[in-house]
Design a protein around this ligand. Structure first.
Ligand SMILES: Nc1ncnc2c1ncn2[C@@H]1O[C@H](COP(=O)(O)OP(=O)(O)OP(=O)(O)O)[C@@H](O)[C@H]1O
Ligand SMILES: [Mg+2]
Length: 321
């Protein structure tokens, strides 16, 4: 999609019909000043989209306040959201402005809304229904005029049906939902984003960008990109940093980089969801995915999972694969 230089949506790079039509919906919703819920996998561009929506909105000259709902302290959640007055509780040495009040006339970006605790959900719902903000320890009520944008990688509808997310809050947030497609659902953006990030990192390191040969492009296209655009960006950053200016990159190099990325993802990003997982099923799926990705080569598949070939063969037998 081609944007003019100062277009708020210009940072969102895409040539795929799915994302382009989503951007058009976002442009309309931005102007309408209504609540927006952004859904999509990790690294898919939810925050980038929220920033673009705010910059395209009538409130663009006012701040967008980002609240990472996963990082709120449940004991202090009302005070973090609404603020408190001096002396409201031990340690409240001064008056404090909460996130909601800070977003008055501007925009409140509730990131990772699916991680908001039951207490946080109740507090937020109260505000959304009344527009009222009362600091902890104060009787004074202020009306806050803010535009809410929420984002999550979780399936909120499913969380509602499991009783993990309040239905009334879900309806408040789910006025316009924008679902960002995963990178694997818009494969034609892969080469475009690869070129973009390589150019950007190369420029910052005073290098010529690396160039992907045919096998490298094929490998990039085949990959499932569980970490989406962020994963692709990280691959580009490493390629630019670790290779000579203008280096030609092969498919093998890409495979190596992707394997490196997946080890970092495994060790730092995998988090057990509250509803738990089915370990046996997950193991079977991973074995199958590794086999597919390695085109049936068992040694390579084992390497992708960080285990020995023998351990891999043992597990294949166990799952009758
Ligand atoms: N369409 C795009 N064009 C250019 N850059 C993009 C695009 N989508 C995402 N990015 C970049 O990818 C990175 C991840 O994006 P972002 O932080 O918005 O993802 P997210 O969906 O909020 O991820 P998470 O769920 O992990 O919080 C950022 O550096 C962002 O600038
Ligand atoms: Mg994010």
């Amino acid at each position: 999609m081609l944007f003019s230089r100062n277009d708020p949506f210009q940072p969102l790079i895409s040539h795929s019909p799915g994302l382009e039509s989503l951007i058009r919906s976002a442009q309309i919703a931005a102007a309408a000043d209504i609540t927006i819920l952004i859904q999509g996998e990790t690294g898919v561009g939810k925050e980038l989209l929220a920033q673009s929506i705010h910059r395209a909105s009538p409130r663009a000259s006012k701040p967008m306040i980002t609240v990472n709902c996963a990082a709120l302290n449940d004991q202090l959640i009302e005070s973090q959201l609404f603020g408190h007055v001096k002396g409201a509780f031990t340690g409240a040495h001064t008056d404090s402005v909460g996130y909601i009040e800070a977003a008055d006339n501007g925009c409140l970006f509730l990131d990772e809304i699916g991680e908001l605790s039951a207490r946080g959900q109740a507090a937020l719902l109260r505000f959304l229904e009344s527009g009222e903000c009362q600091k902890t320890g104060s009787n004074e009520t202020r009306y806050i005029d803010t535009r809410v944008i929420a984002a999550t990688h979780r399936d909120l509808q499913q969380m509602v049906s499991r009783g993990e997310f309040r239905q009334d809050l879900f309806y408040r947030l789910n006025v316009v939902t924008l679902r960002l497609p995963a990178l694997r659902e818009r494969r034609r953006d892969i080469a475009l984003l690869f070129t973009h990030f390589c150019q950007r990192y190369a420029a910052s390191q005073n290098k010529q960008p690396p160039r992907a040969d045919k096998s490298a492009l094929k490998r990039l296209q085949q990959h499932d990109w569980p970490g989406n655009v962020r994963e692709l960006r990280n691959v580009c950053a490493r390629l630019v940093t670790l290779h000579d200016s203008g280096a030609i990159i092969s498919g093998q190099t890409i495979s190596h980089e992707l394997a490196m990325q997946s080890t970092t993802i495994d060790s730092s990003l995998f988090e057990l969801p509250p509803e738990g997982i089915r370990l046996e099923q997950l193991e079977q799926d991973l074995l199958q995915q590794a086999l597919n990705r390695a085109d049936g080569n068992k040694s390579q598949a084992a390497r992708l999972l960080g285990i020995t070939r023998d351990a891999f063969l043992y597990r294949l037998k166990k799952h009758k694969l």
